[in-house]
Write a protein of this length. Structure first.
Length: 301
């Protein structure tokens, strides 16, 4: 299979970066009026329903869900319910762009976790360098909050980082689903995570007591669930099929700029010099981890 990127796959990748950046934007709007756990539940439930409609019983989805429901519960917890909740709680105090930058450390944590829990993905010198640079960027981002000069509380900055750690565990655990059609894995984990978050939402938020949200909040929730989750999964799998998982992972570099742009244009957000420096370091670390730039430079003329 030819896994090179062409103009079409690049356009899909840019669109996915904008959509996933939009998830932080939509969450920033919705979380001001919808409690985080209820917002997580609505996002996951609506996305799960949409994917079940899209799959329409294909790929042997229901026998697979029945046979492997315990594994889907674990994946749904660490890849959806827990990280989404951490990010949304963090976004009650920090903006969309900053949350996206902090969460962009996911590949760094994935590499570190895989080094310790797998036997075939050990750290190389390039991976170590990429992780160190990326972690330095994370420290630059959170260090102002260690003093009184910080605008955001430390806990709000740490939550998207913890979400990235959870995603890192999910990436390693998700390897056991390689033989399952990708849309089924997506629908299975979203279904399972909806079941996990339902009782949490009912107990913590008592959503039936909340006032009915305004139209802009309803639109933000629907966009978060249907566009930035259900459609984004479909788009991501299409890119993977056309260009491979490595090329699809480049979207990690595109999400923070998209979230920052949307936050600046529509939410009045601004990044400090320290935040911009941290983003640059994290982005550079991800480029080192990816390794393609080095291989291109090292290629003989």
């Amino acid at each position: 299979m030819d896994n090179r990127m062409n103009a079409w796959t690049w356009s899909l990748l840019l669109l996915l970066g904008l959509i996933w950046g939009g998830s932080f934007f939509f969450a920033s709007i919705a979380v001001q009026h919808v409690p985080p756990l209820t917002l997580v539940f609505l996002r996951l439930l609506l996305a799960a329903i949409a994917l079940h409609i899209y799959i329409a019983g294909r790929f042997g989805i229901y026998p697979i869900l029945e046979a492997r429901w315990r594994e889907f519960l674990i994946l749904g917890l660490i890849n959806n319910a827990l990280p989404h909740a951490l990010i949304f709680f963090g976004q009650t105090r920090i903006g969309a762009g900053l949350a996206a930058i902090l969460n962009a450390t996911t590949p760094i944590w994935t590499v570190l976790i895989a080094n310790y829990v797998t036997s075939d993905e050990k750290l190389s010198s390039a991976k170590i360098a990429g992780c160190l640079v990326g972690l330095a960027g994370t420290i630059v981002l959170i260090s102002p909050s260690l003093s009184a000069s910080g605008e955001a509380p430390l806990w709000a900055l740490l939550l998207p980082v913890l979400a990235a750690v959870s995603y890192g565990f999910a990436a390693t655990y998700g390897k056991r689903f390689k033989t399952i059609p990708a849309p089924v894995t997506a629908a299975g984990q979203l279904t399972a995570s909806s079941l996990i978050t339902l009782p949490l939402s009912l107990l913590a938020d008592r959503p039936w007591t909340l006032p009915w949200p305004s139209l802009d909040i309803v639109v933000a929730v629907l966009a978060l669930a249907l566009v930035s989750t259900a459609f984004a999964y479909i788009l991501y799998f299409r890119i993977m099929a056309a260009a491979g998982a490595t090329n699809a992972s480049l979207v990690t570099l595109l999400v923070p700029p998209s979230a920052i742009l949307l936050g600046v244009l529509f939410l009045g957000e601004r990044l400090t010099l320290a935040e911009l420096a941290g983003m640059a370091l994290i982005g550079f670390g991800l480029v080192i981890l990816d390794g393609r730039a080095y291989r291109l430079l090292a290629r003989p003329a």
